[in-house]
Write a protein that binds this ligand. Structure first.
Ligand SMILES: [Mn+2]
Length: 473
């Protein structure tokens, strides 16, 4: 048997923080992979990101060329072949270029019409390693929905003709349904599942082992962190409660890492990769607190987290994502942002981020003008959120929380009444994400109540009780 390493969405050389050296991290990442002695490395797209450097501006030709040298060196130093699929953040030209400079790097795009044609080029043919046939899906994110569907069907038909072999489909597409034209239908997932022994899809930056319940259709996580998100690559979740820092457990919903594929059994193992600059989320209730208390408590929080996390494993610095809940009272969001920014600047190796600034390549914690209508007009925000109830339902659906849009609307109205202020992203387009997160945060309470009173099937009354408990804290 042999192992093949599968990586995805490294987005070289985009990094979320100016101090986060993506190339160094990439080098460390590859060294970890090599410990398993894989016979090849497969890249499931978005190996590169043409858009940004870690200085926050679009990558120039000169910069790209400079980065190409260390990347080529890392690839060549592995002494095993690499095979890459095209992602939506990179140009074909970049992958062609790397395949010219690194002799063990190959960019492939299987042509389902010519898979058996002796005249087809190596570039178009499926890759065969240890009797396993890898199909590199030539399906681009920018193509329309219908084209994608047709192409997937073509690959399925081609694989059906060589069904006696082991067939693996490699993709870089929106697979999870998020709207009418985003993601693929369950029927298509089923078709893929039937025609391939394994379907591996990058792009989604999440790790799902059974797409639509089909256990051979897998979403491969982003191997390394690229953006900051409430779930992406988090190592730990904390909560500050009763003046104490409490761990809420590790969140591996969107971990970073790579897969190892056993070519005999086609079994997959996931191996996490921990960033040198990981993020933790910190749930903090501001109800009945003044600025002095908030400042003191946050100093304590930052010191505690620093002691607990920095220095362990490879961790050199830390990003804290505050998730503020509760009632602001007479405080203003920008006043809190101000305090967090001061602490963030004073404490080396710790960065407190404003989640609205998911990409830290631009300075974080921009302070909103206190008279900014977007940020202070809660009525408008709630009205807009109500309009997005359907999107919230879909978002929750992905978290395996099943609610109807009427229920979500009732919850949003309840939030408004309880004054759960949306001072993160509230004016932004991601409000649906935030509303879904609030519901998610309430779920432990929800489950607790459900456990004690399992006969209570009225979801709204359970959520009401959850809110009461949450508000009482
Ligand atoms: Mn992508």
């Amino acid at each position: 048997m042999s192992n093949i390493a599968i990586i995805a969405d490294t987005h070289l050389i985009h990094a979320y923080h100016p101090d986060y050296n993506k190339i160094d991290e990439f080098s460390r990442f590859i060294t970890e992979i090599l410990k398993h002695q894989p016979v090849a490395i497969l890249v499931l797209g978005d190996f590169f990101d043409k858009k940004f450097t870690n200085k926050g501006h679009p990558i120039s030709h000169v910069e790209g060329s400079k980065q190409q040298i260390p990347i080529t060196e890392i690839i060549e130093s592995t002494n095993i072949p690499w095979y890459a699929l095209l992602g939506n953040h990179e140009d074909e030209a970049i992958l062609h270029l790397i395949s010219k400079t690194a002799k063990n790097f190959h960019f492939l795009m299987t042509n389902p019409k010519r898979y058996a044609d002796p005249a087809a080029s190596k570039f178009e043919k499926p890759l065969i390693i240890d009797g396993v046939r890898f199909w590199f899906g030539n399906i681009q994110e920018k193509e329309n929905h219908r084209t994608k569907e047709l192409k997937i069907k073509e690959y399925c038909q081609a694989a059906a003709k060589v069904a006696k072999d082991k067939n693996i489909m490699l993709l870089h597409i929106d697979m999870v349904r998020r709207g009418e034209d985003v993601g693929i239908s369950k029927e298509l997932v089923e078709l893929l599942s039937k025609n391939f022994n394994l379907v591996l899809n990058g792009h989604e930056h999440t790790y799902i082992t059974k797409v639509d319940g089909f256990n051979n259709v897998i979403l491969v996580p982003a191997s390394m962190p690229t953006w900051i998100g409430i779930r992406e690559g988090l190592i730990e979740k904390y909560e500050y409660i009763d003046r104490k820092l409490k761990k809420k457990g590790a969140n591996l919903q969107e971990p970073h890492g790579y897969l190892l594929l056993d070519t005999d059994t086609l079994k997959i193992g996931f191996i996490p990769f921990l960033s040198t600059m990981p993020a933790v989320s910190l749930l903090y209730d501001v109800t009945d607190k003044d600025l002095v208390i908030i400042e003191n408590e946050w100093r304590k929080i930052v010191e505690n987290l620093k002691q607990q996390i920095i220095g362990k494993q490879n961790i050199k610095s830390l990003i804290i994502i505050p998730i503020l809940t509760g009632n602001l009272g007479s405080l203003l969001p920008f006043e809190i942002n101000n305090i967090l920014e001061v602490i963030s600047n004073e404490v080396p190796d710790v960065q407190i981020v404003d989640i609205r600034k998911k990409d830290l390549t631009t300075p974080s914690l921009d302070i909103e003008a206190p008279d900014g209508t977007e940020i202070l007009n809660l009525d408008g925000v709630f009205a807009r959120t109500l309009e997005q109830a359907e999107d919230i339902v879909k978002r929750l659906d992905q978290m395996k929380i099943f609610l109807l849009s009427d229920q979500v609307k009732k919850i949003i109205n309840k939030m408004r009444k309880e004054d759960h202020n949306f001072f993160f992203e509230k004016g932004a387009k991601n409000i649906k994400v935030y509303a879904a997160d609030i519901i998610n945060i309430l779920l432990p309470e929800f489950n607790e109540i459900l456990k004690k009173d399992w006969k209570n099937t009225d979801i709204i009354s359970i959520i009401d009780s959850s809110f009461e408990k949450e508000v009482r804290k």
